[in-house]
Design a protein around this ligand. Structure first.
Ligand code: UN1
Length: 483
């Protein structure tokens, strides 16, 4: 971005900023309790949002109507929504900073991803002739409150479904803006309803409702399990759960890697977005002989990071989302105080966690996904390379994996053995690009199919009956009840 463009972006963002002296906005919805939405960097209350409750959720299911416009019309509306998102970049960047704690580079990436999802699914879905499933509940996280929220909705809508969109309780403002732009572009209100609320009540009401024909979810592996149980209670066989969940993502840097490049990519993968991406690097394996040099360069690079309010353009690492997140990471680190290799100072006020390196023997020492700027570092010897891959696979997650090496045969060897959705070689391991890098995990990291890839949208369409062998075509298939 050149300086002129940056100045223009900054001006639009400034104009749209929720000013502290205007007092909290009130965002209305007919029922439910108020929730104060606060800026995670300053604690300043931005808005009072009236949240939906279980009754509102049930009524929304009853009112939902699949979007019965032809696919070409749906595509046109979603392409138009993408243009409206781009026009509103100032308000979007302001809210991403104020409500979600995003730096401007992270906000720019997020808007790009949301726009790409809209165009991608609109184009993918245009030629599809299958029927929609019906009503889809879309439950999305606070860490990509625009991109993931929009991606789920865009795929489900493009397939012709009605969507009940439940954003994370921490980020209803940016989600509400997205919904208003989708409506303005022409998505009917009965096809897209907005249900800000907490997962325990609104999420549970939606996922247990027999009128819901499928759930798309991004969030923790534990919540995905609860959703699966909730869906099982209403016995709607075939109602899909499309889930993207957590990860314990590793990177190997071997002794042939270029250290400067590796360090740049380690910093980006671990500390951008304050480590709050499911794709983020959690456990770095350094080959023994280069470890001292890489750690020295890494701690030097960390010392250059500016941690603080994401609003100033000079900030590299913003806050974590809320007090609960901050306290959880703090107590995790307190319990490992004697293993801390390096830690930056924490800024005053706000929900900040200082970027931290923690020494471990291997990925088996990580007892959970720490969703913040905390990187675990282990070393390995050349003869143990295979064991590292085995140990990473043994954790049962499978989202991203990074490899820094100049040995070509090693790239193939790792690609063949590592069980993850996305493997990145000699680059950082965040920021998958819609269309060219479909994103999603294996095993505990999600159900698939990958978002931003060709298999995603078809999951929101009713499966076609399998073609019958000629001899059975006129009769009932064996053992299958009618209907
Ligand atoms: C998430 O953090 O919940 O590739 C998933 C990336 C993003 C990750 C999104 N698409 O970094």
């Amino acid at each position: 971005t050149d300086d002129d463009t940056l100045a223009r972006i900054d001006e639009a963002r400034r104009a749209a900023r929720i000013a502290p002296d205007q007092g909290p906005l009130t965002v209305s919805d007919p029922t439910g309790e108020k929730r104060a939405i606060a800026n995670p960097a300053t604690g300043e209350v931005l808005a009072q949002v009236l949240m939906a409750d279980a009754d509102t959720a049930r009524r929304a299911v009853a009112d939902a109507q699949p979007w019965d416009a032809p696919p070409s019309e749906r595509a046109r509306v979603l392409h138009r929504a993408a243009d409206l998102y781009e026009d509103e970049f100032g308000a979007i960047f302001a809210l991403l900073a104020q409500e979600a704690g995003k730096t401007l580079p992270d906000a720019v990436g997020e808007l790009r991803e949301a726009v790409d999802f809209l165009h991608y699914y609109a184009s993918e879905g245009e030629a599809r002739t299958e029927s929609p499933r019906g009503v889809i509940a879309a439950i999305s996280p606070w860490n990509f409150p625009l991109a993931i929220f929009t991606g789920q909705i865009a795929a489900a809508l493009m397939a012709g479904n009605a969507v009940l969109a439940k954003p994370a309780e921490q980020t209803p403002l940016i989600a509400g803006l997205a919904v208003s732009l989708l409506h303005k572009a022409g998505v009917p209100r009965t096809a897209l309803q907005f249900l800000p609320g907490d997962g325990g009540t609104v999420g549970a009401a939606l996922t247990s409702d027999p009128g819901v024909n499928g759930v798309v979810f991004t969030g923790s592996t534990e919540t995905a399990r609860l959703i699966a149980q909730s869906m099982a209670q209403h016995l709607a066989p075939g109602a899909p759960l499309i889930a993207e969940t957590g990860g314990l993502n590793a990177m190997i840097v071997d002794s042939t890697a270029l250290p400067e490049q590796a360090v740049r990519d380690i910093v980006a993968s671990s500390f951008r977005s304050a480590g709050q991406r499911c794709s983020a690097l959690r456990c770095l394996y350094l080959q023994h002989d280069v470890a001292p040099q890489v750690i020295e360069m890494l701690t030097g690079a960390m010392d250059e990071l500016t941690v603080g309010d994401p609003w100033p353009l000079s900030t590299d690492v913003g806050p974590v989302i809320d007090a609960e997140a901050q306290q959880g990471i703090d107590s995790y680190l307190d319990a490992r105080a004697n293993r801390i290799l390096h830690r930056l100072d924490r800024p005053e006020g706000g929900h900040f966690v200082a970027p931290t390196l923690v020494q471990v023997d291997g990925i088996a020492d990580l007892d959970r996904e720490v969703f913040g700027p905390v990187l675990h570092v282990a070393t390995y010897r050349a003869r143990d390379f295979d064991q590292v891959i085995t140990d990473v696979n043994a954790r049962g997650y499978g989202l991203t994996f990074g490899l820094h090496t100049r040995i070509d045969s090693r790239v193939q060897e790792v690609a063949d053995r590592i069980c993850v959705g996305n493997t990145y070689v000699n680059r950082n391991q965040i920021g998958a690009i819609v269309g060219s890098q479909p994103f999603g995990g294996e095993a505990l990291s999600g159900t698939g199919p990958k978002a931003g890839g060709p298999n995603y949208l078809p999951r929101f369409l009713a499966p076609q009956p399998a073609p019958q062998p000629a001899s059975q075509q006129d009769g009932q298939p064996c053992g299958q009840p009618e209907g």
